[in-house]
Each structure stands twice: as structure tokens, then as C-alpha cells.
Design a protein around this ligand. Structure first.
Ligand code: ZN
Ligand code: ZN
Length: 326
């Protein structure tokens, strides 16, 4: 894939040579696969989907108590959820009971317009409108199942059943011909039947080794239609190499760094970036430490823009805002 000529010539005039990074090649390859469209439909539907997906690829399961705890932290940081709750509105006797708890995966992310219900505790007659619903960050496994099933419809996940023996730890795929009670073929104890959600192999390839390439891909897709952009560039001058996740061109050279971990190594390349970029945009799915952000701001001054976890879907507008300002 040829480079965007505007970006390429701008960098060449400044004495830089450019090449495509491994992550860039991988993302471009992924984008050619038909699954990229389905994955885009799934991931762009709502920020809560992206947050839960991210938690899933980090712990590789969402069933256990620990991973649900971790997920609630992620959702809270990103200020998003697909489960909402409306509490009893009796002001005389606050009973703090959730009377309606919709899962928005079942309603195409729409909150109920009007919902009437009488509180079983205080008998107060509630009428809830959209504004009364607050996001719930502590999800239950039944909520997560709906997340997976929605992904199965888009081929992001597939279902695999397996039988496990907890006496001798033998796992085997589930054969539908066997009777309801399945005994371990080895030790004859009763086996436990489980459901697993397995990622599409192309998506697996994009996210394996915990690289946040899905985020680069996602932000690149967000920007692509609206600005001239490049993915995964290796920029070199005087033997100094800098890797840029995404570079945008709108008369201004805007470098976007996508972060999916708390790793702070990007700080080391900011001084070099400061020399040729007009702006540096940091898009992060995790909340970064305050002093890290302050260090970045010290180096780049007004060139530094931070897109926090809850604003990712809005990245392009934030970027367009900065290029209008100047
Ligand atoms: Zn009540
Ligand atoms: Zn066994």
C-alpha cells in the first residue's frame, strides 16, 4: 500500500524517511478480511462493547468473580455500560432499590422511554424516563452472556461446548450424541459441561500477544473517512526511529498514539515527535497516571491532546476541534 502523498512529502521535506511498521502491516492485512466489517459493526455499536471486549482479551474469560470485578473497574473508568438501573424515586423514604434493570444489548442500546412500576418495598408508584436510568458497572454473568451472543451473531465469537472432569482434569469436546449425564471416559466420574466463547481466528490474530492493534485499527477506521490518514509508520532521521500508530493530515501533521495498557514507554519518544508533529493525540482505553500526563504536557505543551477512555468514540471530533483552533 502506497503512503499518503501529503504525509510522505511533508516528512521527506523535513528530512525523514518513512516505512510501514509491523503493526501497520498487520492492521492493513486485517482490514482486507471480510470479518473486519462485522467486527466494525460490533465494536462501533457502543463504547461498552469495546470496554467489555478489551477486558475479555486481557483476562481471556469473563466468568470468574475476579474478572467481573476487573471488568467493573474498566467500565467505571470508561464511564460506560450496557446495563442500566432505575432506582425507586420515593424521596420521603429512600429505599435504594433497583426497580428496572434493562440490558441495552436487547434494545439496540435504547433506554426505555417510559416505564411505570410500583415499588414492592414502599409501594411508591414510579414513572421512569430515560434520565432516571444510571449505568451499572457491576455486571453479572447473565449480562456477559448477552454480550457474547451478540458477538456470535456478528461472527466475532463462536460457541464451543466442552466436558471437563474435575476428578482427573480431563477436558474433551462435547459430542451431542452422548446422553445427558456424561461420565468421564477415563475415571467414570460425572463430567461438567461448559460453554466457551472462542474468538474469530482473524481477530485473534489481530489481538494476540496482547498488542492493542484492535484499538489502532478502530481509531484508524474512525478517522479514515474524514481526514487523510496513515497507519503504522516508522519515521526515521539520523538513525533515530519513531513508531507512530496513526498519522493524520489536514494541513497539520497529527500523530495519534493508541494505548491499551498502562505502559508508559511512549513518553521517551515525545521529544523527537515534538520536532515534526503539529499535534500529538494520546487515545487510551486505560486511565493513565496524572504525572505521566503532566510529563507529556511539559514536553509538548499545547501540542498534547489526551483522549480519555470515555471519549474514544469522539476522537475525530476532538482532533477536528484542535485543527480548527489553530
Ligand atoms: Zn421504594
Ligand atoms: Zn476423569
Amino acid at each position: 500500500m502506497a503512503f499518503n502523498t501529503g504525509i510522505e512529502s511533508f516528512l521527506k521535506i523535513k528530512g525523514y524517511s518513512i516505512a510501514r511498521s509491523e503493526s501497520g502491516k498487520k492492521v492493513i492485512e486485517f482490514e482486507k478480511d471480510p470479518i473486519a466489517n462485522d467486527f466494525w459493526d460490533y465494536m462501533s455499536a457502543h463504547s461498552s462493547i469495546r470496554t467489555v471486549f478489551n477486558a475479555f482479551i486481557k483476562s481471556r474469560e469473563l466468568e470468574s468473580h475476579n474478572s467481573l470485578e476487573r471488568l467493573s473497574k474498566f467500565l467505571e473508568e470508561a464511564e460506560t455500560s450496557f446495563v442500566f438501573g432505575a432506582y425507586c424515586k420515593n424521596t420521603n423514604k429512600p429505599c435504594q432499590i433497583i426497580l428496572d434493570r434493562p440490558n441495552l444489548l436487547e434494545s439496540n442500546f435504547k433506554l426505555p422511554i417510559k416505564h411505570r412500576t410500583t415499588c414492592p418495598t414502599c409501594k411508591f408508584r414510579n414513572t421512569f424516563s430515560k434520565e432516571d436510568y444510571k449505568p451499572i458497572f457491576k455486571l453479572e454473568f447473565r449480562d456477559i452472556v448477552k454480550f457474547f451472543l451478540k458477538g456470535c451473531k456478528k461472527n466475532v465469537f463462536r460457541i464451543a461446548y466442552s466436558v471437563s472432569c474435575y476428578f482427573c482434569n480431563k477436558d474433551a469436546p462435547f459430542d451431542e450424541k452422548i446422553p445427558t449425564i456424561k461420565r468421564c471416559s477415563k475415571c467414570k466420574n460425572i463430567s461438567y459441561l461448559s460453554t466457551q466463547f472462542i474468538l474469530n481466528p482473524e481477530i485473534e490474530n489481530l489481538i494476540k500477544d496482547t498488542h492493542g492493534y484492535w484499538l489502532e485499527w478502530f481509531v484508524w477506521k474512525l478517522t479514515k473517512g474524514r481526514l487523510k490518514s496513515e497507519i503504522g509508520l516508522l519515521i526515521e532521521k539520523e538513525n533515530k526511529k519513531i513508531e507512530c500508530d496513526i498519522v493524520l493530515w489536514n494541513g497539520k501533521l497529527i500523530v495519534i498514539e493508541c494505548k491499551d495498557t498502562t505502559d508508559e514507554s511512549f513518553i521517551s519518544k515525545l521529544t523527537s515527535l515534538n520536532k515534526f508533529a503539529d499535534y500529538f493525540v494520546l487515545v487510551s482505553t486505560v486511565k493513565l497516571r496524572k504525572d505521566t500526563l503532566e510529563t507529556a504536557r511539559d514536553i509538548l505543551k499545547q501540542k498534547f491532546i489526551y483522549v480519555k477512555p470515555s471519549d474514544i468514540h469522539n476522537s475525530v471530533n476532538i482532533i477536528l476541534g484542535i485543527s480548527k483552533k489553530s
